[in-house]
Design a protein around this ligand. Structure first.
Ligand code: 5GP
Length: 218
């Protein structure tokens, strides 16, 4: 049986990289999809491990060749998941984890209906801002830009199959693992039950500045 593609999308700063690495470390059947990007390498990042780093024209050439399952522009840089990154592990029956932003997740939903989409939420916008600042790798302007994008992205949460709040890395990773295992065993709950508008608590909705569920349903 082919593996399942799992998409974990989250605003930058929601802690998705940490949670995803914890997941892959705990589950031998899950492999990480290494993306391509035109963003400059941050210190500590390794070519071919964190990303495949390339120039914009090289990226565009790959787009022209149909090399990407999905790609998107995020904060002035291009990011994409190559078919190559997922094809071989899926064929071997391994599940693949795509850690991507929200526009890319929407493309995966269209092109790979078998993919399962998880939105990793920060506990609040204030906490997201704190995490973005404490990372200290981006300029003040970049932090402001990422926060603005995050507000727009969080509004897309209800198009996902699951939502997991990253209040603590270990807990969020555990919850994600239980989603993955349930999907493998074919015992996931029906879509509508998994992430109905009421599934996010009113408190969390307020913290994330989402419209309240009652208003949306009515
Ligand atoms: P960062 O620059 O912080 O590494 O990533 C910025 C955003 O791009 C994050 O939300 C990250 O998940 C997303 N991203 C990373 N790889 C991909 C990819 O292959 N496709 C898309 N659409 N987004 C990606």
């Amino acid at each position: 049986m082919p593996g399942i593609p799992f998409v974990v999308a989250a605003p930058s700063g929601a802690g998705k990289t940490t949670v995803c690495h914890a997941l892959v470390a705990q589950d031998p059947r899950l492999v990480f999809s290494v993306s391509h990007t035109t963003r400059p390498r941050r210190s500590g990042e390794r070519e071919g491990v964190d990303y495949h780093f390339l120039e914009r024209d090289e990226f565009q050439q790959l787009v022209g060749k149909g090399a990407f399952l999905e790609h998107a522009e995020y904060s002035g840089h291009l990011y994409g998941t190559s078919w190559e990154a997922i094809r071989e592990p899926l064929a071997r029956g391994l599940d693949v984890l795509l850690e991507i932003e929200v526009q890319g997740a929407a493309q995966v939903r269209e092109r790979l209906p078998e993919a399962r989409l998880v939105f990793l939420l920060p506990p609040s916008l204030a906490e997201l801002e704190r995490r973005l600042r404490s990372r200290n790798t981006d300029s003040e302007q970049e932090v402001a830009r990422r926060l603005e994008i995050a507000r727009r992205e969080i509004r897309q949460v209800e198009h996902f199959h699951y939502a997991v709040v990253n209040d603590a890395v270990e807990r969020a990773a555990r919850e994600l693992l239980s989603v993955i295992r349930a999907e493998r065993e074919g015992r996931a709950e029906p879509l509508a039950k998994r992430l109905a508008p009421g599934a996010l608590s009113p408190t969390l909705r307020r913290a994330l500045e989402l419209p309240d569920a009652g208003r949306e349903m009515g």
